[in-house]
Design a protein around this ligand. Structure first.
Ligand SMILES: [Zn+2]
Length: 158
């Protein structure tokens, strides 16, 4: 699984990234957390806000055009929850943002913070989609991946 990081980037970079994602994936879930709550300076906050919302808007209309499933997922605790055993053992709070990797003290898995968060968002999105469409036993890869190189992508805002 690929993880896409969206920070303060130029608009053409955001266009390239969103286009690449829509080409590659049949389903895209995006974290809905308000990233500004955890950024530390006023400047970083405004740049990140603008960049993130621009990216989100691009991704949504490109998904609509291409027939790719796009959904926002509540990403609360996605950075703190172990994607292997679901224990909430990850770094917490503003201080925890500086920790790029961590080991789950319950199951011992070593996580890259962003990849772990993206996995959690993807899992949450898949679950909500399975429930929302009434699929029994969860989604199947064939129904999602038609014509796409990869199954799905989760994107973390932070
Ligand atoms: Zn764990």
């Amino acid at each position: 699984m690929l993880h896409a990081k969206v920070k303060a980037r130029r608009k053409d970079t955001l266009h390239k990234l969103s286009t690449a994602l829509v080409k590659e994936y049949g389903v895209i879930f995006i974290g809905n957390v308000n990233a500004s709550a955890l950024t530390q300076t006023r400047l970083a906050k405004s740049v990140l806000d603008a960049s993130w919302s621009a990216f989100r808007t691009m991704l949504q209309y490109k998904c609509d055009d291409a027939g790719v499933w796009f959904e926002e997922v509540d990403e609360a605790y996605s950075t703190q929850t172990c994607s292997c055993c679901a224990s909430r053992t990850g770094p917490k709070g503003v201080a925890g943002l500086g920790m790029r990797s961590w080991r789950c003290e319950v199951c011992g898995t070593l996580h890259d913070r962003d990849v772990n968060a993206a996995k959690n968002i993807l899992a949450k999105g898949m679950l909500s989609r399975a429930v929302g469409t009434g699929l029994q036993g969860g989604p199947t890869s064939s129904s999602f991946a038609a014509g796409r190189g990869r199954l799905a992508e989760g994107i973390s805002a932070l």
